[in-house]
Ligand binder design. Structure first.
Ligand SMILES: [Zn+2]
Length: 322
């Protein structure tokens, strides 16, 4: 093709491109105008009513994962129970609930006495024996095995043996037929030989001061089984409180005491081989007080005191079976 022919074609092509471009532009404009014209009117915005903002819904907080307690660098080990020689065997349950009842004093040892118009009208050794025998019968009927350190009005070491092996006995012609520590060791030996589970030493108090009155229970806190002794003393104290209240007798509550009595206390080297079971010493009431003495000598007094001893012992074995 020549240059003229080419020139004409160039012009025609340019016109064509121009026309097409104009057409496209017109279509775009028409669409734009049309879309504006036929678009539905925007809805008039409804005014949002003014209202108190509602609180955000309460959200149950998701518990955070517990913060781990930092472990101590050196963890404290839980102490392993320490076996105490003799105690585990003592506590071995053999189905036998054995009670060792110790009526204090006896024979030439009168214990506390009540004196009226220069005459002895009440002796501790008699009251504790009477009540201990009543108690033993009741416990026996309930299926307990009962051992008494004495069943008659006598010392427990009337032949004046050197029971504790300390090389001494009561002097001939002296005020007592037997040395007191030998007599007490003899009582402990009876309870130990019987393999008793509990030792109950029965006493009544006395004092120069006639106004002193009331009841108290003693245990020793230095024995390997002192926890049980304390439990029993607590049961006994509560049983006496209840008994006096039920009887309508306003006895003075002298509480629970800790003391080193020979029959319940720890070893005394060369002088005492100790009891091998929990126990307590009861001082029921004061023989030297008029009201206490009258109560002790009444039927309701017997029932109240012996009933309380029985209740405490029964409760003890329900907690600590023998
Ligand atoms: Zn006594």
């Amino acid at each position: 093709m020549n240059w003229r022919q080419g020139r004409q074609e160039d012009v025609a092509r340019g016109a064509m491109i121009l026309l097409v471009s104009l057409g496209i532009a017109a279509v775009i404009i028409a669409v734009r105008l049309g879309s504006q014209q036929f678009a539905p009117p925007l809805p008039t915005a409804t005014p949002v009513p003014t209202m108190t903002p509602s609180p955000p819904p309460s959200v149950t907080p998701i518990p955070l994962a517990p913060t781990p307690t930092p472990r101590p660098e050196t963890p404290t080990p839980t102490p392993a129970p320490v076996a105490v020689a003799g105690v585990d065997e003592l506590y071995a349950q053999d189905g036998r609930n054995i009670v060792c009842i110790d009526p204090g004093h006896g024979g030439e040892d009168l214990g506390n006495v009540r004196v009226e118009n220069g005459r002895i009208t009440l002796q501790e050794k008699d009251v504790v024996l009477e009540h201990s025998l009543m108690l033993a019968e009741r416990l026996h009927k309930k299926g307990f095995e009962v051992v008494l350190t004495r069943e008659t009005d006598t010392e427990v070491n009337p032949s004046n043996e050197d029971v504790n092996g300390d090389g001494t006995v009561a002097p001939e012609g002296g005020p007592a037929r037997t040395e007191q520590i030998d007599d007490l060791q003899a009582r402990v030996n009876i309870c130990n030989l019987a393999a008793a589970d509990l030792l109950v030493s029965v006493h009544y108090n006395g004092a120069e001061n006639k106004f002193l009155s009331g009841f108290e229970v003693w245990f020793n806190d230095e024995r390997e089984f002192s926890g049980r002794s304390e439990a029993f003393a607590t049961f006994m104290h509560e049983a006496l409180q209840q008994g006096f209240a039920d009887a309508g007798y306003d006895a003075v509550d002298r509480g629970i005491g800790i003391e080193d009595h020979v029959v319940t206390g720890p070893e005394r080297p060369g002088e005492l081989v100790p009891s091998e079971m929990p126990g307590a010493v009861i001082e029921g009431l004061f023989l030297s007080n008029a009201d206490d003495a009258a109560f002790i000598q009444s039927d309701i007094g017997d029932e109240t005191l012996v009933g309380a001893y029985e209740a405490a012992i029964t409760r003890y074995f329900s907690v600590y079976p023998g």
